[in-house]
Each structure stands twice: as C-alpha cells, then as structure tokens.
Design a binder for this molecule. Structure first.
Ligand code: FMN
Length: 227
C-alpha cells in the first residue's frame, strides 16, 4: 500500500528543488539551537541496521572556524582561494562516521546471517558512506527550509590533519565538511560542476530491466507466463 503524502511533503519537494551548494555567507551568526535542530534532523536519517554511526563536530566562528581553515590551507592558498565567501561561514560541521559500528551491529544475533559482522572489508557496499550521505542531505535540506545555506565539501588529504586538530578519534572517518550560514547571493556563484547539465530522467530510469523495453538482457524470447 502506498503511504499517503504527509502535509509537509510539498515542503520537502520545494526544499529539494531550491537546494544548491552555497559558497558565500553573510556575517550573520546562526543560533546554536538551530544548528542542534539540523543535527537532530540528521540523526533521524535512515541507517543500515539502525547502526547510527554519525558524529558531528560543530565549529563556530571566529576561533574554531579559523582553526579549520588554518589546518586545511596555507595563508597563501587562503588568500588566493576562489570561494572567499565560503571562508565567512559562521558554522562548520565536520561529519564523521564510525565504520566499526556497522560490524558491531551486524555481529548481533538478528543480523549475523548477513555475514557482515567480522570486517568492514567484507561489506560489498560500505553502508556507512551511504548513511552519512543521507544524514548530510537531511542537514542540507533542513538548512534550506530554515532559510539558511550550506555547502558540503570533501576533506580529501586533509583528513589526518583535521582529525588531529579537533581530536577526532582514530575509529572515526571524516565523510565531509558542511559550511553553514545565511546565504549571500550577491557574492555567490555556482561552481563549474554545478553548471553541468542534470542527466535527464529518461537516461536514469530503466523500467522493467536495464534496456527499459521489457526485453530480457540476452534477447532470448521470454518464456510463456504461467497460466
Ligand atoms: C560528497 C560531496 C562532495 C563534494 N565536494 C565538494 C568539494 O570538495 N568542493 C566543492 O566546491 N563542492 C563539492 N561538492 C558540491 C558539488 O560540486 C555540488 O553538489 C554539485 O556541483 C551540484 O551542485 P548543487 O549541489 O549546487 O546542485 C560536493 C558534493 C558532494 C555531494
């Protein structure tokens, strides 16, 4: 049975359509209670086995946000950085996951049959990344719904330095950083990637099979359906 749409479904759709990565912020502060509310919504994202392996390190301007940029950029690269407005974000969220939370959860009796409780390497799809992505999307959409802007970006080879600077434990991985604040559209501009055309729905949907024409993959005629 299809669930009825909730009264706020159009709001979710509107937030999805309005969302884009914001790379310039005003100097207006963000209420810490609002930041907590966004993280509370992230906490409600689905996770495999309800493993709930998310942690978020919240950095406020000026001191901790500055520590972040000092850790990931030299004074020279900072001065030349293309997205100067991103450096003005009043809040930064370092989003972390604990992959071993998943092996622990899948070693429990109700999940042991999946055979995923021994090692993270055994996971054909490492769901901690999937679930962290879902949680981050909750933050991005909730930010839009509250009139804020956000930008998710990769930490890449700065992960060890960021982990050391903010005391993030070794069993956590940093998935991404989210800059958060009030958008400054005057100074914002889309990144090159954002200007790439969106793939059309017809390219993405494969109804009834990959070819989308209902034919079996090997072109063999389909057996008669059972009567
Ligand atoms: C996992 C992830 C990592 C990203 N990393 C970066 C990044 O390092 N730098 C950046 O400028 N944008 C980054 N982005 C933003 C994408 O470039 C952006 O989402 C994409 O161009 C589509 O634009 P839109 O989100 O504004 O619609 C990242 C997005 C995701 C989902």
């Amino acid at each position: 049975m299809t669930a009825a749409l909730g009264p706020d479904e159009p709001g979710v759709s509107a937030a999805i359509r309005a969302r884009h990565m914001v790379r310039a912020f005003t100097d207006e502060a963000v209420d810490p209670a609002l930041v907590d509310e966004l993280i509370d919504l992230a906490r409600r994202a689905p996770s495999a086995g309800k493993s709930q392996a998310l942690d978020v390190v919240v950095l406020d301007r000026p001191v901790d946000v500055d520590r972040y940029w000092t850790t990931t950029m030299t004074a020279q690269t900072r001065g030349r950085f293309r997205w100067q407005g991103l450096l003005d974000a009043p809040v930064m969220l370092i989003v972390c996951v604990r992959p071993t939370a998943y092996t622990e959860r899948y070693a429990e009796a109700d999940k042991a049959r999946a055979g995923l409780g021994d090692a993270t390497d055994a996971w054909p799809v490492p769901y901690w990344w999937v679930d962290a992505g879902a949680a981050i999307e909750h933050i991005l959409l909730a930010a839009v719904a509250r009139g804020l802007g956000a930008c998710e970006f990769g930490v890449f080879d700065h992960e060890p330095a960021v982990r050391a600077e903010f005391g993030i434990p070794d069993d956590r991985r940093i998935v991404a950083t989210v800059a958060l604040g009030h958008p400054d559209p005057e100074r914002d501009e889309p990144a090159r990637s954002a200007r790439r055309p969106r793939r059309p729905l017809s390219d993405i949907v494969h109804r009834g099979g990959w070819r989308g024409d209902g034919a079996p993959a090997d072109d063999e005629p389909r057996p008669d359906p059972p009567v």
